[in-house]
Design a protein around this ligand. Structure first.
Ligand code: PA5
Length: 433
């Protein structure tokens, strides 16, 4: 993984970067020494080394069991109990996954919205497919997945009978508390535990993400290995100059102080759409509090250059851009020669599409920089489990450092409760006043 922020520094003085080193190093130390706010939620720091071979084997065995009896596995969860899985799976799977002949079950998602039509459509598909359910909720009480699970559980029991359906339902939840834990114990579902000291948005490397990712057929060992390698690299370098997580955290923090309140995470790789969604949740929930924080936004290029591009180039100057680059494509699709050359594309005939894309990216960066949009580039050599694991750990660490630099607790989310309380009051939930 490489980070390049030379295109972001035109608006930052060397002095401001130099004087920020100490702050970044101190925030990093606070994370590693577990001495800051929210320090009871730092289990993710050691997760890549705490997960043992037999934990991974248990997850793989359960995943294989679901895979043999299911064309579809529905992952029920929201926020941190959903986005990490989708980020990894969509980055790795076929672009037309539902239509490809991938040998493992197709993952579908539920409980991540409250659309009745969505649930109707899902049930219609599940009438026709063999399926299993993975229900994920740390609290075990979140309304969206709880509603979806009640409906899907009943559908599953009606389709397969009570006994067989128990073998098709796996829960991932707290070790002792919550309605889902109680239900799972009552029904005898296979259950994986979310460690107490890992919060939802930092939980992709627990069974929350690992189980569904393994069901979809991807190597959770490589994913964890990538995170482990990144952990080793970051922990071995407590100095700013050699620690990319500190560098990213500091540069975005300085840009924020200059009035750039929006970070637009972009990529020219559409398979990273959900990785960007995961990033948005990670940083948005971790930093957006106490009336502070960068607003994390996302865009996929070149698609969005034809929609948001105009605004980025010439609209209100309030954003900087972080570009996720994948250096190598897996496949080559040649541009054929055309004798007539009516479309005038023969000049591109000897270029790969990936190379053209890379040049488009360079041109975009130059244009945005000239439009005063600072640009940070974070790249990996190719899209695979190992590099995604590196990115996951890198962004988690950067987010924690950045949150401490901002002076907030990066591990709570008190603001999420406000809508829930109003909703429960309006719905007349017993016990809510
Ligand atoms: O990051 C978080 O803590 C949240 O986004 C949660 O993951 C989300 O609200 C879902 O919570 P739960 O897993 O308790 O259902």
């Amino acid at each position: 993984m490489k980070i390049d922020y030379t295109n972001a520094t035109f608006s930052l003085s060397n002095d401001s970067i130099r004087s920020g080193h100490a702050l970044a190093e101190s925030a990093f130390k606070t994370v590693v020494q577990k001495s800051g706010r929210g320090n009871d939620f730092l289990g993710w720091v050691d997760l890549p080394v705490d997960i043992k071979d037999n934990d991974l084997a248990d997850i793989e065995q359960c995943a294989d069991g679901l895979a043999v009896c299911s064309e579809v596995v529905v992952v029920i969860g929201i926020g941190g109990s959903y986005l990490g899985t989708r980020a990894v799976v969509e980055a790795l799977q076929h672009s037309f996954s539902g239509l490809s002949n991938h040998k493992r079950p197709l993952l579908l998602y539920a409980g991540n919205n409250m659309s009745e039509d969505y649930l109707h459509d899902l049930l219609e598909i599940l009438d026709q497919k063999s399926y299993s359910l993975i229900v994920i909720s740390k609290s075990g009480t979140t309304t969206e997945p709880a509603i979806a699970f009640r409906i899907l559980k009943q559908h599953c029991e009606q389709k397969y009978g009570k006994e067989d359906s128990r073998k098709r339902i796996v829960s991932v939840t707290d070790g002792a508390r919550g309605a889902l834990r109680t239900l799972a114990t009552q029904e005898g579902y296979a259950t994986f535990v979310i460690p107490d000291d890992v919060g939802g948005r930092y939980s992709v490397l627990t069974p929350v993400g690992l189980l569904p990712i393994a069901v979809a057929g991807y190597s959770i060992r490589d994913l964890v290995k990538g995170a482990r390698l990144m952990r080793e690299e970051l922990l071995a370098h407590p100095n700013y100059a050699d620690n990319p997580a500190m560098q990213y955290a500091l540069v975005r923090n300085l840009l924020y102080q200059q009035g750039l309140k929006v970070e637009l995470m972009t990529s020219f790789e559409p398979k990273l759409y959900y990785f960007i969604e995961w990033f948005k949740q990670l940083f948005g929930e971790s930093e957006g509090k106490e009336l502070k924080g960068i607003f994390p936004a996302g865009a996929i290029f070149s698609t969005d250059l034809h929609s948001l591009g105009q605004y980025i180039q010439e609209g209100t100057r309030q954003m900087f851009e972080t570009v996720l680059t994948v250096e190598k494509a897996h496949y080559h699709v040649p541009i054929p020669k055309d004798e007539q050359d009516t479309d005038g594309l023969n000049y591109l005939q000897h270029r790969s599409i990936h190379e053209i894309c890379h040049i488009a990216q360079q041109g975009t960066c130059q244009a945005h920089v000239s439009g005063k949009v600072p640009n940070i580039e974070i790249s990996i050599p190719e899209l695979n489990e190992l590099h995604l694991g590196e990115w996951i750990y890198f962004f988690e660490m950067s987010c924690a450092i950045s949150g401490y630099m901002l002076g907030v607790n990066p591990f709570d989310q008190p603001g999420v409760e406000a809508y829930k309380r109003n909703m429960f009051l309006l719905l007349g939930k017993p016990g809510v006043r």
